[in-house]
Design a protein around this ligand. Structure first.
Ligand code: SF4
Length: 249
C-alpha cells in the first residue's frame, strides 16, 4: 500500500506534544499491541474504518507552515508497523522539518532502520511497565521475554545516540509506585523517565486520535505539564472528527 494511505489522522498544531517545540501531529493507523488501556483504539485496531487523508493537502499544509512549526510528530497506533514509513519520513524531512517518532519499542529493528536514515530527530519511546507485566499491559501481545529483548535493544540505541531518545511510562491502573521505579531503573544512565498520568479511555465510535493519556479523541496532543492536558477539563473537546478536518490550510 502507498505509505501515505496509512495516515488516518492529522492535527495541525500542538504546543505540548514535543517538549520545547511547536509541531503538527500525523497519526498512522495500525498497532502491534492490544493494550486494554488504549486511548486510540480505532486508530490502533480499526484504522481501516477511518478515512485516508489527502497527501497533497497535507504536503501543502506542511509547505505553508515551515516558518511556524518547528517539527512534525509521527504517532499512531504504532508508526513502525507501517510499510514504507521511511517514505513518509523522507517526504517530511525534505521540507526541512525536524521529526519526532513515537514508538512502543516493540519493533526495534524498524527503529534502528529509521535511526540510520537520519530523518528522525527524536524518538519518544513508551516503556509500558516492568517486563513481567507486559502480557497484561499489552493484551497478551508480547511476552515478558520479548518485551525485555525489544526494549533493551532500544536502550542500546539510546546509549549510542544520546539526545535522540527519551522515555515515558503511562501510569495505568495496573502499575504501582514500585513498578514505576522498576522502569526507571531499567533506563540507561542519564536518561530520565517521564511519567504520564492516566485517565480512563472514552471508547466512543469516533475515538480516533488518542494515544494513552496524551490525546483525548480529536484533541491536540498535550503534555502533563500543560493546562490543556486531558486531566484538565479544558481538554475535553469531544469532537472526534476534528483531527481529520485539519488538512485545509
Ligand atoms: S496504547 Fe499505544 S501501543 Fe497500546 S494498543 Fe494503543 S496505540 Fe498501540
Amino acid at each position: 500500500m502507498q505509505p501515505w494511505k496509512s495516515v488516518r489522522g492529522f492535527e495541525r498544531f500542538s504546543l505540548c506534544d514535543w517538549p520545547g517545540k511547536t509541531c503538527c501531529v500525523i497519526f498512522l493507523g495500525g498497532c502491534n499491541l492490544h493494550c486494554p488501556t488504549c486511548h486510540n483504539a480505532t486508530m490502533a485496531w480499526h484504522h481501516d474504518t477511518l478515512p485516508t487523508l489527502d497527501q497533497s493537502a497535507m504536503m501543502r499544509f506542511l509547505q505553508n507552515r515551515t516558518k511556524w512549526l518547528d517539527g512534525v510528530t509521527i504517532t499512531g497506533g504504532e508508526p513502525t508497523t507501517v510499510d514504507g514509513l521511511e517514505t513518509i519520513l523522507a517526504d517530511i524531512h525534505a521540507l526541512g522539518y525536524a521529526i519526532k517518532l513515537d514508538t512502543n519499542a516493540m519493533n526495534p529493528g524498524v527503529v534502528a532502520d529509521m535511526l540510520a536514515t537520519g530523518y528522525v530527530t527524536t524518538f519518544a519511546v513508551d516503556v509500558k511497565g516492568p517486563y513481567e507485566k507486559y502480557p497484561a499491559l499489552t493484551g497478551n501481545a508480547v511476552s515478558a521475554e520479548t518485551a525485555q529483548h525489544n526494549v533493551e535493544r532500544i536502550f542500546a540505541m539510546a546509549q549510542d545516540n544520546p539526545g535522540r531518545f527519551y522515555f515515558r511510562t503511562t501510569r495505568v491502573p495496573l502499575l504501582t509506585d514500585t513498578d514505576i521505579e522498576t522502569v526507571r531503573g531499567y533506563l540507561p544512565a542519564g536518561f530520565p523517565l517521564t511519567e504520564q498520568k492516566y485517565i480512563e479511555p472514552r471508547r466512543t465510535s469516533d475515538a480516533q486520535t488518542d494515544s494513552e493519556t496524551r490525546r483525548m479523541h480529536g484533541d491536540v496532543v498535550t503534555g502533563a505539564d500543560c493546562e490543556c492536558h486531558p486531566e484538565g477539563a479544558a481538554s475535553q473537546r469531544g469532537e472526534g472528527s476534528a483531527a481529520l478536518q485539519a488538512t485545509g490550510s
